[in-house]
Design a protein around this ligand. Structure first.
Ligand code: BG6
Length: 513
């Protein structure tokens, strides 16, 4: 074992229970993250992981099932048999149906055994990695079995996205969860908040004095947030065709990135203050009226989407979305926030770009005679993780011509290629430590659905036949098809071009694409 992170105390001994333990998320993300934390010495010496699922495993078969995932996806020590064997000793299995009270009696017994073995003082962390329709079932059963109760230790629950399907669904789920767990016990995960580069937006903004004075409507022309993926829906069509891009990544990842970019400095870095500020941004986002949806959103579908296995014939589910949002507050009045996300794009890239206003008076001609050359600052969330600033410089030689140059900071170069932990490592550790700063609060979830629902409603209405003269036929955006390896339908470019802007990717050299 290497040393734990200096200055970060180890979490207390805990029994971690994963529901959905035979599933993909557990195998590809949760166990590799726990294994990495274990070999890096960031978990306590005594802890237990109990996997719960319906599959017919015993402890040995469960460990075997998980090994391949850890060996493939862990950040460190992938081929280390001895490290795996040591870690696997912490893994146990409890077979049961999620709605069967008897399964929870058995689980409670197994938890008690682990508590005694690991001296956990009754610290329990439950992780819901099941399909979302099972969340209320598992939560209710945990309550009925008394596993929600805090004794000497803690009882916390991590709940994966999607948290509801719309505002009504999000509210209902919040209510069901609150009937069993107090909000302080609930950790709603959005793995984007676990990304180091996402957290760096806060450090960059509030740990430096030089940028914050510019971070407002006086200096910022607009903000762009891109979450582009190279992959299609793959084996997830069953889920995706019902969800679509707005529910899959807009309601959560994109809006979270927006709140971190737009929020006011919190009084302290604590879960309450941080989430209070994010909530204020969500409250300030101008809700879209139905007739505004066409002018402010673009919905696209990649050309071969309907051929994917599991996609309904003639499906109108969007795999690409772009939207223009406004944050109606003192700082951001009139500054558009352009958000876009799509599948089957030319590259996997997540980035936040802040484009500054042009200089008020031009003294120097641009080499090549091009027009305005605003400065822009990009947070490269992934890949090429870092920060990138574009500014103007004098072209050497006679005259005073200028041209744009780039200033780059890359995490990999500064801290080493393997320095960036996986998001799940950070988030599991935070939940064990009782720090909910990087998890969504109940009100955040509901407010973000309030922003997404009217857009989705406009799109859904557009998909249904409407009488002539109805706003839906005239103002709902058409579903536009786009080719694999493009940045979405042409309408996405028009959304910016109509105000003389265009999409930028500061974190890529054009030759990378
Ligand atoms: C998930 C979405 O939340 O995020 C997926 O459900 C998407 O559709 C994924 O592919 C992207 O995450 P990342 O970390 O690979 O950018």
């Amino acid at each position: 074992m290497t040393n734990s992170t200096p200055g970060v105390p180890l979490p207390p001994p805990t029994t971690i229970v994963i529901f959905g333990a035979s599933g993909d998320l557990t195998q590809r993300k949760l166990i590799p993250a726990l294994y990495t934390l274990d070999v890096e010495g960031r978990l306590p010496a005594q802890y237990a992981v109990i996997g719960v699922a319906r599959s017919d495993f015993d402890d040995a078969a469960f460990r075997d099932h998980l090994k391949a995932g850890a060996m493939e996806h862990a950040r460190v020590r992938r081929g280390d048999e001895a490290a795996w064997e040591r870690f696997a000793g912490h893994l146990h299995y409890c077979r049961g149906a999620y709605d069967d009270p008897a399964a929870y009696v058995a689980l409670a017994g197994q938890i008690a055994e682990m508590d005694a073995l690991c001296a956990t003082c009754g610290n329990h962390l439950f992780y819901l990695a099941t399909p979302p329709q099972l969340y209320p079932v598992v939560v209710a059963q945990l309550g009925a079995a008394g596993l929600n109760r805090r004794g000497d230790g803690f009882s916390r629950i991590i709940i994966e996205k999607p948290f509801g399907n719309d505002l009504a669904g999000g509210q209902a789920l919040n209510q069901q969860v609150h009937e069993v767990f107090d909000e302080s016990q609930v950790y709603r995960i959005d793995h984007y908040l676990g990304k180091e580069t996402v957290q760096n937006t806060l450090v960059f903004r509030f740990g430096n004095a030089i940028f914050e004075p510019l971070w407002n409507r006086n200096y910022v022309d607009h903000v762009q947030i891109t979450v582009a993926e190279e992959v299609g829906v793959g084996g997830r069509a069953g889920y995706y065709d019902a969800a679509g891009v707005l529910r899959d990544v807009f309601q959560n990842h994109l809006l979270q990135l927006l709140t971190l970019t737009a929020m006011e400095p919190p009084a302290a870095f604590s879960a309450k203050f941080l989430r209070d500020e994010k909530v204020k941004v969500l409250q300030a986002i101008r809700p879209m009226r139905p007739e505004e949806v066409v002018a402010n959103t673009v919905r696209g579908q990649y050309r071969t989407y309907r051929d994917e296995t599991g996609v309904a014939p003639g499906s109108t589910t969007a795999t690409f979305a772009a939207a223009r949002l406004f944050v109606d507050n003192w700082r951001w009045q009139g500054v558009p926030f352009y958000l876009r996300s799509g599948k089957l794009m030319p590259a996997k890239v997540t980035e936040i770009t802040v484009q500054f206003k042009d200089v008020p008076h031009k003294l120097f001609p641009a080499a090549g005679g091009e027009g305005p050359r605003p400065n822009f600052l990009s947070f490269c969330i992934q890949p090429n993780e870092g920060v990138h600033l574009r500014f103007e410089t004098k072209v050497p030689g006679a005259g005073m011509r200028m041209r744009s140059v780039e200033m780059d900071f890359q995490f990999g170069e500064e801290f080493g290629a393997a320095a960036l932990p996986d998001a799940y490592e950070r988030l599991i550790l935070d939940a064990l430590a009782g720090d909910a700063s990087l998890f969504a609060r109940a009100d955040e979830i509901e407010l973000s659905w309030q922003i997404v629902d009217p857009i989705q409603a406009g799109w859904d209405a557009a998909a249904r036949p409407a009488p002539t003269g109805d706003w839906r036929t005239e103002t709902a955006p058409p579903l536009e098809f786009y080719e694999k390896g493009t940045w979405g339908p042409p309408a996405a470019d028009r959304l910016l071009r109509q105000s003389g802007r265009h999409w930028r990717l500061g974190c890529f050299k054009t030759t990378d694409l």
